[in-house]
Design a protein around this ligand. Sequence first.
Ligand code: NAD
Length: 269
Amino acid sequence: MSDSFLNKRTALVTGGTSGIGLAIASALGAAGARVAINGLGTPEQIDTAISKINKSGAAEARYYDADLRDAIAIEAMLQEVNAWSPVDVLVNCAGVQHTAPIAEMPVERWDALIAINLSAAFHTLRLSLPGMAERGFGRVINIASVHGLVASINKSPYVASKFGLIGLSKVAALEYASAGSRASGGITVNCVCPGWVETPLIEPQIAAKTNDLSIDRDAGIRELLREKQPSGRMSLPEEIAELVVWLCRPAAHNLTGTAIPVDGGWTTQ
Ligand code: NAD
């Protein structure tokens, strides 16, 4: 996947400062794109992310600091990115987790989680799709989760946000299905639905297992996987990124409105 088929294209990756988003931003850079990332992080983390994307071969890499809980900040970010270079590839990857039973879920956590995991994608979509349609090319990849396809206890806002993200993506896919042509590339909107992926997001859940069962980290990971993911293997962020890059290819022009599980068989059961 080292050809530069995204040369002269621009990608915006939310959640691009860490984990899966950083791997996606680097892989899009390796395919030749200009890459804009958004996300939280210390200045050192952001510098490290930008230099990783540049080293991957990106035409250019820039950081945008919008807090995705704030619709006005998202609008300002999209204006700035589009003024730099119109967005051809939009990856909504930012996401947060909070686990608690419904009756104990803090209301402010619910609101923040829905804002970051779902409403932010609505805003980036509504602000990007019309431009993509005018240019006849666009790729939107929303990083949902197996929790957009099946539920688990104690994850009410996360599961609600990811089911919502898949629904939102299907509507967008239909509304833009006829835009562009095979020659221009068309507009596609898809979700990728990972099971367990080795990133900072799942560390609290690993820690909870190791504490509850008084076991070490590796045993905690095995325990998490045993419950749900039949392959017994976590995915790596770079593996999710390869799929995202493939979805950007010209050959994927008719693959739209899907929710693709990468879950070691979790949702097959
Ligand atoms: P991560 O914690 O490494 O990255 C999350 C990203 O979201 C970070 O860049 C963070 O700065 C950003 N973010 C959080 N709050 C923000 C805010 N208010 N404004 C702007 N940015 C904000 O996690 P990850 O595992 O790489 O998760 C990326 C996506 O993948 C998420 O949507 C997550 O739900 C999804 N996912 C992860 C897994 C997994 O096992 N790790 C599984 C399925 C789905």
